[in-house]
Ligand binder design. Structure first.
Ligand SMILES: [Zn+2]
Ligand SMILES: [Zn+2]
Length: 292
């Protein structure tokens, strides 16, 4: 019985949390309270993940503190603030919110959301792949990959330049897609849901969904210390471009051993912010650094 219920949770948690959060947001839309209900839906996922990370961890070793929680949260808060500021500027400039008369915006909302997810993924995939392949951007992206455990709290651990680069890369595609403002909210919400689910330290199994969405099963390989595995699965929400461009990696049934990077990473948040500008100083330094 215990095995059966564990199996249900393993296979059901990922789709269950995604669908239930979307249902909460849909209710918010129905009463014109989408922002408030987006916050509820996000809190709903966080609460479940906190519980599941305790009851059904993917790796017990990843539950041990790594001294980076404060840095993880600081990066998350800085990114959220800056991205919101950027979006407010775009709306003020009239770049966002003007789509409601385009042809695509007349389509049913589900189609618009699918179009928005696929089109914005071009920018997100491109920015992410560039961050791995261009050494200057890697200096920023290394902050995200330096973690030695994955859990929901380090989902938002990105250097702010890295974050702004992916937002800047996806916004033009959003605008080009011509989807309505409501659809943009839906795509943004789904991006937030899928994002926080990818880092969870919960023993979920997404099965065939791995061929469509970015899941914890796939994203863990993206954090591998081996670049042949880590330079894979760039998709933020969908795996479509990884599948088309040959960077998709799904090792069904096998488990990741080590995650992290070969570069040195300062331990303090402020030093991590300075890292891209003082890269060689930190890489040549012999002290006070975590050798990932
Ligand atoms: Zn990456
Ligand atoms: Zn990650």
């Amino acid at each position: 019985m215990k095995r059966i219920s564990r199996g249900i949770v393993r296979y059901g948690a990922w789709p269950g949390l995604l669908i239930s959060s979307c249902a909460i947001l849909a209710f918010g839309f129905s009463i014109d309270r989408e922002v408030l209900f987006f916050n509820f839906s996000y809190a709903w996922i966080v609460a479940w993940l906190l519980l599941l990370e305790r009851r059904l961890p993917y790796k017990s070793a990843w539950r041990v503190a790594d001294g980076q929680t404060r840095a993880d949260l600081s990066h998350t808060l800085l990114n959220k603030g800056l991205v919101q500021l950027l979006l407010v500027q775009l709306i003020a400039l009239g770049l966002f919110g003007n789509n409601n008369h385009s042809m695509v915006s007349q389509l049913p909302l589900t189609y618009q959301v699918a179009i928005g997810l696929i089109i914005s993924e071009i920018g997100l995939y491109g920015a992410h792949r560039l961050a791995h392949e261009w050494s200057l951007l890697w200096r920023c992206h290394a902050v995200h990959h330096s973690v030695q455990r994955l859990w929901l709290v380090n989902t938002g651990r990105f250097h702010f330049i890295d974050s702004l680069a992916s937002v800047a890369a996806s916004v033009p595609f959003f605008l080009l897609s011509g989807i309505s403002m409501d659809a943009i909210v839906w795509v943004s919400a789904i991006t937030a849901y899928i994002g926080i689910l990818t880092h969870c330290n919960v023993d979920v199994e997404c099965g065939p969904l791995n061929y469509v969405f970015n899941t914890p099963n796939l994203h863990r390989w993206h954090h591998s210390t081996e670049r042949t595995e880590g330079d894979r699965n760039y998709g933020e929400n969908l795996m479509i471009w990884d599948l088309i461009l040959g960077t998709f990696l799904y090792k069904k049934g096998s488990h990741i051993e080590r995650i992290g990077i070969g570069d040195k990473m300062p331990e303090r948040f402020v030093d991590q912010l300075a890292l891209p500008f003082r890269w060689h100083h930190y890489q040549d330094s012999k002290s006070a650094l975590s050798d990932a």
